[in-house]
Design a protein around this ligand. Sequence first.
Ligand SMILES: Cc1cc2nc3c(=O)[nH]c(=O)nc-3n(C[C@H](O)[C@H](O)[C@H](O)COP(=O)(O)OP(=O)(O)OC[C@H]3O[C@@H](n4cnc5c(N)ncnc54)[C@H](O)[C@@H]3O)c2cc1C
Length: 336
Amino acid sequence: MAYRPTARTEATRLVYRQRLLDAARRLLAEGGYAAAGISALAERAGVATGSVYNRFASKQELLAVVFRHVAGHELTAVQQAWADPKPGAAVARAASFMLFAQIEPGHACPMSMSHAVVPVLQRDGEVGRDWLPGLLSRSYDPRLIAPGSKSGLTFGMGMTEKQGGSDVRANTTRAVPMASDPDGRAHLLTGHKWFFSAPQSDAFLVLAQAPAGLTCFLVPRVLADGTRNTVRIQRLKNKLGNKSNASSEVEFDGTWAVRVGEPGRGVPTIIDMVNHTRLDCVLGTTAGMRQSVSEAIWHARHRSAFAARASRFSSATTPSSLTAFESRRTASSSSP
Ligand SMILES: Cc1cc2nc3c(=O)[nH]c(=O)nc-3n(C[C@H](O)[C@H](O)[C@H](O)COP(=O)(O)OP(=O)(O)OC[C@H]3O[C@@H](n4cnc5c(N)ncnc54)[C@H](O)[C@@H]3O)c2cc1C
């Protein structure tokens, strides 16, 4: 059934959203970033449109959502601790990630992946040279054009296949070296990925079976000459929650890819990206708990029932207090 917020729920949401935006602005100002337009960006990313939490009417609408929500990526501008590494940069980035995840959780996954891929590409100078400047540029460029012509780049990740799940050694996607590449870096991939999040990204790290074994590859969505690479979206995942973040199933059919890291060392290569995204899962969950407890406390303080505020009833305050305690405990233990 479609989600229809009541006037009270909507008022609550707006109050908390305003507080979050104020906190985000303060954080941005402290970091010397321009905060103008942050509210409009969050609106465009879907926070205000109840429709994104509904079922989609058609496949076209689903596909439109993939691209509509790339607006959320503009927020990546403030998330790149790698671009300006200094003591406390990771803490500041974690704090801003938790804040922005409360404003618009749908953009957290692509933002996390674009952050998490950096150390992998820093270790592979040859591939990193082409992709790191765009990743660290602090600008978001939604155009579907050659990566070299873009002012900013975003990344996704594809490991899981239908038959293997977490056991990526069971992957069957094949990578065949292109004879035309004397360096042996370029390959053509054939197969599928069962989870391929943020398919609107500019490039993806994926795992595939090369002659030397499971190897990590970078798959661009648009090739250097501006033509589209063969990344066929079969379906967008119909997830229980967080529908504003698209995750997809894709097929590769002679898809151009460049090797990242050593041949046959796919898991040790991609695992750094995986680890960083999993750390962000903790931060994102902490953000969700923080938002829940704020809304529960606000509700208990302002709801009138039987001529009294609900905050006077222990049945309303006890769950809120417990949730507040858990939320704070999680926030302190998830700080990097
Ligand atoms: C919203 C969403 C987005 C995702 N995005 C991506 C993405 O972008 N890229 C990507 O590659 N993947 C992505 N994933 C996939 C995710 O990494 C897989 O869901 C995960 O690896 C689990 O695989 P599976 O669901 O097939 O479960 P399985 O691996 O089949 O596991 C099923 C159950 O069996 C248990 N189990 C499995 N193996 C063992 C064992 N050896 N011993 C004991 N218990 C075991 C597991 O704990 C689990 O409870 C995404 C998943 C979700 C839900």
